[in-house]
Ligand binder design. Structure first.
Ligand code: ZN
Length: 438
């Protein structure tokens, strides 16, 4: 099968429903940047694509950072003076400040309030908050509930552990014909949030599953890592391999109803940037393009100046720009099977173009070759498609000086990439063109 045929597989196999159901399965797991929630998540993904699981010990130096102690949590609650649980981790894992230190004590309302997080603007939602590097404990709750709290004695209990342990991450590698790599990176550190993190995880998982069936030009490396510390750790452990990365995408926020947004790599005009823009334009859907800025997800690390890798970011909604971001409203209603499937299809189009965007050399560069005697020039024109094909032949011949890829020619000529590729194939057959060696 060809990569271009995989889009039909997405529809035939109902991949959108499968990805949605995988989100549903992963949603309740209490994840963080370390701990058993991550292990369980990677174990479930391994049921679809067997991942290589790595465990990096606490205290390992990774550039300017250090692997933190491993955090695990069993239970947490707040009880009022009558012994009733008013906040229960069992009902939503967002209720606990992620990485809370253990606590069990009685507190008055004033002290309790110093450890509570709410969203007054969205009084029904629970915020998602973390405190990875600043030892603290806390609870997140709806503002409506917060408003009802009375002056009384409360008991707070967080049954968490912070122990030496490890940071866990998963890797899935598909060897292509070439050792040049396409990097796909998603973060796995958020608990019950469907779009931020889980959509990226399931789209990456199904991409790996589909690509694994093909013979590919490039090798594909999928990273399932905790945000920030994960990519810093991976880069520090694989510095010698990063020159193989020719294209990369950070994936997240791919299941909501927003239009697509592509954030360019720091280079700004890398091949992946031009390919993503071209595919978005061709999709006929609305989309947004953003230049690189040093905030967001793991593209910040891949595009740090010491690496400056050609890695962009694809999402639908943009982090921090929609009210549901990092709240309990980023739930199963916020993501949609057809949007997940649309994201998967769009990325397959991007990969298809990565695989087929070759650069050629014109073997008869001094004046135009005579196309008629090679059966490539139709005397009786008129059909629009035939005319376009003729033009495509001329464009490919003229621009194939080794400096322009087929995509460059498609953009410059405004002729569809597929037609440019067909023309190049015809010219190769009659020995007027050859692929430029890498
Ligand atoms: Zn996030």
């Amino acid at each position: 099968m060809e990569l271009s045929g995989l889009k039909n597989e997405v529809i035939k196999n109902r991949s959108g429903d499968k990805m949605y159901n995988l989100i549903r399965r992963l949603y309740p797991i209490p994840r963080s940047i370390t701990g058993d929630g991550v292990r369980k998540t990677l174990d479930i993904i391994s049921g679809i694509n067997p991942l290589t699981i790595h465990e990096v010990p606490r205290g390992t130096k990774v550039f300017d950072w250090e692997i933190p102690p491993e955090w695990n949590i069993k239970d947490a609650w707040i009880k009022n003076s009558r012994g009733e649980k008013i906040v229960d981790f069992g009902k939503s894992n967002l209720h606990v400040l992620n990485y809370s230190v253990p606590v069990k004590k009685k507190v008055n309302l004033k002290e309790l309030k110093e450890h509570l997080f709410t969203l007054p603007d969205y009084p029904d939602w629970i915020p998602y908050r973390t405190s990875y590097h600043n030892p603290d404990w806390g609870f997140c709750m709806t503002y409506n509930q917060f408003k009802e709290l009375k002056e009384e004695e409360y008991e707070v209990f967080i049954d968490s552990t912070l122990e030496p342990g490890h940071l866990t991450y998963g890797e899935y590698f598909i060897q292509g014909k070439s050792n040049d790599e396409v990097l796909i990176s998603c973060h796995i550190c958020h608990p019950s949030l469907s779009d931020d993190n889980l959509s990226g995880i399931v789209v990456s998982t199904y991409l790996a599953l589909l690509l694994g069936k093909l013979k590919l030009q490039y090798s594909y490396r999928f990273l399932f890592i905790p945000g920030t510390i994960g990519s810093i750790m991976w880069l520090s452990r694989n510095e010698d391999k990063t020159n193989r990365i020719k294209h990369g995408l950070v994936l997240t926020l791919l299941g909501d109803k927003e239009k697509f947004h592509y954030k360019r790599s720091r280079k700004g005009n890398a091949e992946i940037d031009r390919i993503a823009e071209y595919i978005l334009k061709q999709s006929g859907e609305e989309y947004g393009l953003m230049d690189f800025y040093p905030y967001g997800y793991d593209e910040r690390q891949y595009c740090s100046p010491g690496f400056n890798l050609p890695v962009g970011r694809l999402s639908r909604a943009v982090h921090g720009k929609f009210p549901e971001y990092h709240t309990s409203a980023d739930n199963m209603e916020f993501v949609h099977p057809e949007k997940l499937a649309g994201s998967l299809s769009l990325i397959l189009d991007i990969f298809n173009l990565i695989e087929s965007n070759k650069t050629y050399l014109n073997l008869n560069p001094k004046c135009e070759p005579q196309l008629g005697k090679r059966g490539l020039f139709k005397k009786i024109g008129g059909q629009k498609e035939t005319e376009e094909y003729q033009m495509a032949l001329l464009w490919v011949l003229n621009m194939s000086d080794g400096a322009n890829s087929l995509l460059d020619i498609a953009i410059k000529s405004k002729i569809d990439f597929g037609m440019i590729k067909t023309a190049a194939n015809s010219l190769v057959k009659v020995n007027l063109l050859k692929e430029k060696p890498l």
